[in-house]
Design a protein around this ligand. Structure first.
Ligand code: FES
Ligand SMILES: [Fe+2]
Length: 425
């Protein structure tokens, strides 16, 4: 007899084995994807981009998360605001995804016209009793944290975004991201579920086997190791590395640069981790030789000895270094396809070909992204087929996947999906 029963989401949540990858259906089913978009992407703070996506008044960035399309617009007063990309007349999309530069925002359907602050300023044939002031664009919650833009589509957003701001504002201050520019941006569509993209990013177990370019500057040991599987020499080197971290972290903090790891993961609505990491090789930047790749350093007081401030959230990862910054946005498209949007930021006055060589700037992470996309694609294929059963995370090198999976299950549970009679979608 064939088992034709489709497990409920509550049953999938109950079937999750701590310390193991998730049941296949949580990665592969379209109805689970719809729940993920509703719970995780439409009710939590999500990373949407940087202020420098819209450097000038009239610049608009349109970004889509599931059924939500959001306008990030810089007004004449230099403020960045977020609105739903939906006309208040009969609901037409106002602009397609991507970057635009406008004066006012005019709907292509019947030409209702909005100002950059969202107010409706023109709507023909609506009668003298029509109240323009009630028909401005619908705002979306927006927080700029050190120049990083976070949006929340919920009516009442989680208030622990304040924790992210409190930790990251001082860490990002040195890099002065509002005085950068995007030197390069690219989208990769990875053939896998967004949670596999995040899982792959939360471990460096795969780094030495996959990322020769990144390993010139990245230290896999920073993300854990099993001392019992190391040779005595490797164990001694790891112990020495830990001591070096302690000393370097204390030194950075004494100079006024917050550096210690902060983890705000399971148990919280807003998921993030940050730490200032030592860069290996040349010690300055994630480049092929570890040396700075842009001569015009970030911030007013440019320096190359402050390592790499890394930041993770549930849909992003970032590296802030002396000469450039990297930011990656995870945008789910369907249960089996995910955009990873990468941006390389340099000082706003840095000139390509003079202060930096674009190829040198982007070569490490362009290669790394492609290698990671292959890993995600091969994992999604395996998870989708016959024969997969959840496998054990390494407690030494993959504990951050366990943290992420626990957070994810907690969030679905908080929204009622662990109850047997689940929400209808
Ligand atoms: S739908 Fe936008 S003006 Fe009619
Ligand atoms: Fe990787």
């Amino acid at each position: 007899m064939l088992d034709r029963t489709l497990k409920s989401i509550a049953q999938l949540i109950a079937a999750r084995r701590p310390g193991h990858s998730l049941p296949a259906d949580l990665y592969t089913r379209a109805d689970v994807f719809a729940v993920d978009m509703q719970v995780i992407f439409h009710n939590h703070w999500i990373y949407a981009g940087v202020e420098m996506d819209v450097p000038e008044a009239g610049d608009v960035s349109v970004i889509e998360f599931g059924k939500a399309s959001v306008l990030l617009m810089r007004g004449d007063d230099e403020e960045v605001r977020a609105f739903h990309n939906v006309c208040r007349h009969r609901g037409a999309r106002l602009l397609p995804p991507g970057l635009h530069s406008i004066g006012n925002l005019t709907c292509p359907y019947h030409q209702w016209t909005y100002r950059l602050d969202g107010d409706l300023v023109h709507a023909q044939h609506m009668g003298s009793d029509f109240d323009h002031t009630c028909h401005g664009l619908k705002p979306v919650h927006l927080r700029s944290i050190g120049g990083l833009l976070f949006i929340c589509l919920a009516d009442t957003p989680p208030d622990d975004i304040d924790d992210l701001a409190a930790v990251m504002e001082p860490r990002l201050a040195h890099y002065d991201l509002r005085n950068t520019k995007i030197a390069y941006q690219e989208d990769i569509i990875e053939e896998g579920n967004w949670k596999l993209v995040i899982e792959n990013n939360r471990e460096c177990y795969h780094c030495s086997g996959t990322h020769p370019e990144l390993c010139n500057s990245f230290i896999a040991l920073d993300f854990g190791y099993d001392p019992d599987s190391q040779s005595p020499e490797e164990r001694a080197a790891a112990a020495e590395h830990l001591q070096r971290y302690e000393a370097q972290t204390a030194n950075w903090e004494a100079m006024g640069f917050p550096s210690r790891a902060v983890e705000h993961l399971a148990g919280h609505a807003t998921n993030f981790r940050t730490q200032r990491l030592i860069i290996s090789g040349g010690g300055q930047s994630q480049s092929m030789d570890g040396k700075a790749v842009s001569d015009k350093l970030l911030g007013k007081d440019g320096r190359t000895d402050l390592g790499d401030v890394h930041l993770w959230t549930h849909n992003s990862w970032h590296h802030f270094m002396g000469d450039h910054a990297l930011t990656f946005t995870v945008i789910p498209l369907s249960e089996d396809r995910t955009i990873v949007r990468s941006k390389w930021l340099v000082h706003k006055d840095a000139v390509e070909g003079v202060d930096y060589d674009l190829q040198k700037l982007i070569e490490v992470w362009r290669a790394t992204n492609r290698q990671d996309a292959d890993l995600v694609g091969m994992t999604h294929a395996g998870v989708s087929g016959i024969g997969y059963q959840p496998g054990p995370y390494s407690r030494f090198t993959e504990y951050q996947l366990e943290n992420f999976a626990t957070w994810y299950i907690e969030r679905l549970t908080a929204f009622g999906y662990a109850d047997e009679v689940s929400h209808g979608l």
